[in-house]
Ligand binder design. Structure first.
Ligand code: BTN
Length: 319
């Protein structure tokens, strides 16, 4: 209620809406203050929220989410093996489309291609969104691009920094990766049981291990200030819901392609395509309606590059 109120909210209004006593309101305000919320109390005016701490909790998730389904049912766990694994367990147990799992720390965070994802407590966002899409499994890889687009929009809006996408789904700020996305699914040949899209944002990290320093960054390092992690969760769900609905309606990336290409750092840049047994250099031109990277070879030939089958590296660095 305090967050939604532009000015002061009187104790009386809170009592009436929640049907509790003045003392109960006062106690709740003090308990929020203990958690780090700055709440001003002025006689005859009421309460006003001045600042919220960088806390992720189920209450924060519940009170902030304005979406219809994406993240509307949200679970927060202090510690988990991997939010993707937890989302898959809950999917098997019947959790609904749009269920979001967020954790404070992961003991076995997963990266792409069987790698790990370092997941210390405090500075990052670890979350996984469960989807039960109505389409065939061959379309699922595009969901990773839909999430990358939504993440880039969320990062730009919440941080004010310029964020790009390294195809298919790394988010990059000032040439370094600050977010990874891992999509997993459970399918039959022609039917998707569920898809889990995991997103890890480096938000307030102040440094990275030596071996990652050249490639990885956080928003705090790039902006020189800390951010509230909930802002990124809330906005990612907001944009994902919108983009997913456009994706569903179009049946592919055609409705989102222009927006995605607006963030695409590889566009018109030289890339090295690492196809097993066949490496070559080409210039990336954009994406197809089905999400492949379109590259132009030296001889002018246009080739579609499939995520999952090949990697793409910039020839002058990570992007
Ligand atoms: C990558 O390799 O770039 C993908 C990294 C994905 C990390 C996120 S963190 C939340 C979710 N849970 C996981 O175990 N992995 C993803």
């Amino acid at each position: 209620m305090l967050r939604e109120q532009a000015g002061y909210l009187s104790g009386q209004q809170i009592c009436e809406r929640l049907e509790v006593s003045r003392t109960a309101v006062w106690k709740a305000v003090n308990s929020l203050r203990k958690d780090g919320y700055e709440i001003e109390a002025v006689q005859n005016k009421g309460y006003r929220l001045l600042a919220a701490p960088d806390i992720i909790s189920e209450e924060e998730l519940r009170s902030r989410m304005k979406t219809k389904w994406a993240g509307r049912q949200a679970v927060y766990l202090e510690e988990v093996d991997s939010t993707n694994t937890e989302a898959k367990r809950r999917a098997e147990a019947g959790a609904p489309h749009g269920c979001l799992i967020v954790a404070g720390k992961q003991n076995a965070g997963k990266g792409r291609r069987g790698r790990g994802w370092s997941s210390p407590v405090g500075d990052c966002v670890y979350m996984s969104l469960l989807l039960r899409p109505p389409f065939a499994p061959d379309k699922a890889p595009m969901l990773t691009l839909v999430m990358a687009l939504s993440g880039a929009q969320a990062v730009e809006e919440a941080s004010g920094l310029s964020c790009g996408i390294k195809w298919p789904n790394d988010l990059v700020v000032n040439g370094k990766k600050m977010c990874g996305i891992l999509t997993e699914m459970s399918t039959e040949v022609d039917y998707i049981h569920h898809v889990v899209i995991g997103v890890g944002y480096n938000v307030n990290n102040s440094s990275f291990p030596k071996e990652l320093e050249d490639m990885a960054t956080s928003l705090a390092i790039e902006a020189g200030r800390r951010f509230c992690r909930m802002d990124f969760i809330e906005r990612t769900m907001f944009y994902f819901e919108k983009n997913y609905e456009n994706f569903l309606e179009a049946g592919d990336m055609s409705a989102l392609r222009e927006m995605y290409e607006g963030f695409l750092l590889n566009k018109d840049r030289a890339v090295r395509v690492l196809e097993p047994g066949n490496e070559y250099e080409a210039v990336a031109r954009g994406i197809t309606a089905t999400g492949e990277l379109l590259v132009e070879k030296e001889n002018g030939e246009s080739v579609r590059v499939y995520a999952g089958e090949v990697s793409v590296r910039g020839i002058y660095g990570y992007v």
